[in-house]
Structures are given as structure tokens and as C-alpha cells.
Design a protein around this ligand. Structure first.
Ligand SMILES: Cc1ncc(COP(=O)(O)O)c(C=O)c1O
Length: 400
């Protein structure tokens, strides 16, 4: 009898975490490595948020809280949705988990049965298909193209929907492409969804605040209020508030779904850390001006990276609206040879050979369901980004 369950056998370790670990190991062994693989801001958590956590510890807020989030934080989340998204949610429609990842996991485990199809536009965040597979559901990749800046077309969405479709997972700004949908672009998709009442919308708004050049973020339930009753709007403090290690994510949606997610959490992790919840409350209610400051740096870095990558032979890099990723195509390098004679047959070969030759860690696009391409996280210093892009240019130039 096999030790591992059939559910576990359906999933793989996260490719992004695996590559970040490999880069860390190489660095520890003394190699000069620039890792552009991690999906987290290089900025520290703001002081007021840290102080709120310290104050919570001193007040003795160190006990269990309500399983799916303490009332004070749920109230702050309701205020956030009203203030920033024009969405009305009651605290009973809000759930808080240990990071956005747990919230997504809860939502899918609570709703997906064997045979259910979940639409996932490509390129996608690596965890979506694996969580769906863990549940026994069928992830259905819905393709986008670099010509469309990796944004889903309404007719492609329409063609992918079947009677078995349970969810569309929507992520804007996107990890890994950085693509973000304008009101009109999103409206074209919600118009399609209106025609298919069996489809629920799981919108992952994790990168909401990380948008540049006056881009205006919108979320499905705001763009089409008629979808409110079948939309789960998910968000978290990890990225914009530089709190990846604190592990707080949240979502709002129909009460029955929220309750089911809470039941699942009550039998797995129980409440997220009480201290991190107090910190998240300060993040949502406290000053927001540091976000614009950080975004100024992110925008400069994005512009630098896009410009330098477009000067590398065989690469093509669109300029995305948000997040801190770019997703260049490396189609022009496929079939070429490295100086050591290795043929670049896939984007995984490209990423592996780049790490070997120049010590730059990137994540291959096929891990995100769309290749040949790769993802660069530009949430690192300008100095490292410049050097990494120089090395990528040199590597691409050396291929014959
Ligand atoms: C698109 C997207 N959704 C969700 C998450 C999960 O966030 P958290 O760290 O809060 O679990 C991430 C983190 O990388 C992400 O990129």
C-alpha cells in the first residue's frame, strides 16, 4: 500500500519556491547569484504595522481568536472593500486565513468536486491548477497571447465554458505577467459570465495596489454588480503592505460559501495568528502613503527591466500595468546553442542554462502554463536588476 494519498499524488511542489531554494543553495555554496525568482517585495514592513503587532503582544492579544478572523479585523476589511472598491459586505460575508493561499485553498476545497472544471487563464499563478487537482477537479487552461498582452479575450472565455464549469479564477494584476484589466476589458469578460449562471468567479486581487502610470484597478463584482452573488473577492496584505511573512489573506462573498470555508478552517489551522491579525488591521486602517512611495520605485524598475530585456537578442518583453513581474517571451532563443554546446529546446532549458552560465535565477514560463517565456520579479534593488539584465543580454548574445 502506498504511503501517499491519491490527492497528494495529484500535486507538485511549487516551481517558484523550488527555483528560489535552488538559487539560495547556489549562493550559500559561494556562487555569485542574482535571484529574480521570489514573489515578494524587498521593502520592509512599515513601522506602524510592526508597532501594532508589538502593542498587541504587550496587551496580551495572544490567545485563540474567532476561527475565520477576529471581529475588529473583519470590520476593517468591510471598510476597505467599501472605501477602495465600492463593495458592500457584512462581517458575516468575510473570512480571514493564513495568507491568501489558504483562503484560495479553502474556497476550492469547499466547492470543487470530481469532474468540476475550473477555468484558469494562462499564464497563471502556479498554485491554482495544483489546488484544483488536489480537490479532484479539472483545471482548464484558457490561453492568452503575448500580442494581447496576456489578457483573456471574451470569445476565448466563452469558448472554454461548459456545463461543468464551476469557477473562473481571475487574477489582475497578474502573477506572472503583470497584466491588469481596465474597466472596459473586464466588462467584456463579465458580460460573458452573465450568460453562464453556473460559473462562479474567484477573483484574486492580491496585487490590487501595485499598479503604475495612473492605471485604475477594478474588480469583477464592482464592474458587474449582477455577479456579486457568485463572486468571491479575495485579497490580502502580503504584497502591497510588504507582509509576506505575516500570513494574512482574506476574502468576501456570499455568506453560505464564507461559512463553509470557516468550517474547513476550523478543522485545519483554526485562526490565523492573533498578532498578525492586529498588524493587518493597522495595515488596512493606517496610513497608506508608503504604497505610492514603493510604487514609484517599482515603476522605475519595471521601465528599466522592460527596456533592457527588449535589447536582449531573442527576447520580447511587453510592458505590464502592475504587480512586480515581467514575462518576456524567449521564443527567439529556442533551437539555439549555448557556448558549452547545450541546445535550448524549451524555456526550462533557457532558465537552467542562464542560471548555470550567468548566475541569474528566473522562473520558466511553462511553470505558469505558457511558454516559451520566463518570469522576472523586479522586487529587488535597481543595482541587482541592472546587473542581472546585463548578464541576460550577454547570455542571449552568446547563443548561436
Ligand atoms: C497571484 C497570487 N495570489 C495569491 C498569493 C498568495 O499570497 P499569500 O502570500 O498571502 O499566501 C500570491 C503569492 O505569491 C500570488 O502571487
Amino acid at each position: 500500500m502506498s504511503l501517499l494519498s491519491s490527492a497528494l499524488k495529484r500535486i507538485n511542489p511549487s516551481a517558484t519556491i523550488a527555483i528560489s531554494n535552488k538559487a539560495r543553495e547556489l549562493k550559500a555554496s559561494g556562487r555569485d547569484i542574482i535571484a529574480l525568482s521570489a514573489g515578494e517585495p524587498d521593502f520592509d514592513t512599515p513601522e506602524n504595522i510592526k508597532e501594532a503587532a508589538i502593542a498587541a503582544i504587550r496587551r496580551g492579544e495572544t490567545k485563540y481568536t474567532a476561527v475565520d478572523g477576529m471581529p475588529e479585523l473583519k470590520a476593517a476589511i468591510c471598510r476597505k472593500f467599501k472605501r477602495e472598491n465600492g463593495l458592500d459586505y457584512k462581517p458575516s460575508q468575510v473570512t480571514v486565513g493564513t495568507g491568501g493561499k489558504q483562503v484560495l485553498f479553502n474556497a476550492l476545497v469547499a466547492t470543487v468536486d470530481a469532474g468540476d472544471e475550473v477555468l484558469i487563464p494562462t499564464p497563471f499563478w502556479v498554485s491554482y491548477p495544483d489546488i484544483v487537482q488536489f480537490c479532484g477537479g479539472t483545471p482548464v487552461s484558457v490561453p492568452t497571447t503575448i500580442e494581447d498582452n496576456f489578457k483573456l479575450r471574451p470569445e476565448t472565455l466563452e469558448a472554454a465554458i461548459t456545463p461543468k464549469t464551476k469557477w473562473l479564477i481571475f487574477n489582475s494584476p497578474s502573477n506572472p505577467s503583470g497584466a491588469a484589466y481596465s474597466f472596459d476589458e473586464l466588462k467584456a469578460l463579465t458580460d460573458v459570465l452573465l450568460r453562464h449562471p453556473q460559473v462562479w468567479i474567484l477573483t484574486d486581487d492580491m496585487y490590487e495596489h501595485l499598479v503604475y502610470d495612473d492605471f485604475k484597478f477594478v474588480t469583477p463584482a464592482q464592474v458587474e454588480p449582477k455577479l456579486y452573488d457568485r463572486t468571491l473577492t479575495m485579497n490580502g496584505v502580503s504584497k502591497a503592505y510588504c507582509m509576506t511573512g505575516w500570513r494574512i489573506g482574506y476574502a468576501a462573498g456570499p455568506e453560505a460559501l464564507i461559512k463553509a470555508m470557516g468550517t474547513l478552517q476550523s478543522q485545519s489551522t483554526s485562526n490565523p495568528s492573533s498578532i498578525a491579525q492586529w498588524a493587518a488591521l493597522e495595515a488596512l486602517d493606517g496610513p497608506q502613503d508608503f504604497i505610492a512611495e514603493n510604487n514609484k520605485s517599482f515603476k522605475e524598475r519595471r521601465d528599466l527591466v522592460v527596456s533592457m530585456l527588449n535589447q536582449a537578442k531573442g527576447l520580447q518583453c511587453p510592458k505590464p500595468e502592475g504587480a512586480f513581474y515581467v514575462f518576456p517571451s524567449c521564443a527567439g532563443t529556442i533551437g539555439k546553442k549555448t557556448e558549452t554546446g547545450q541546445v535550448i529546446a524549451t524555456d526550462e532549458d533557457f532558465a537552467g542554462a542562464l542560471l548555470e552560465a550567468e548566475g541569474v535565477a528566473v522562473v520558466h514560463g511553462s511553470a505558469f502554463g505558457l511558454g516559451p517565456a520566463f518570469r522576472i520579479s523586479y522586487a529587488t534593488s535597481t543595482k541587482d536588476l541592472e546587473e542581472a539584465c546585463r548578464r541576460i543580454q550577454r547570455f542571449c548574445g552568446s547563443l548561436t
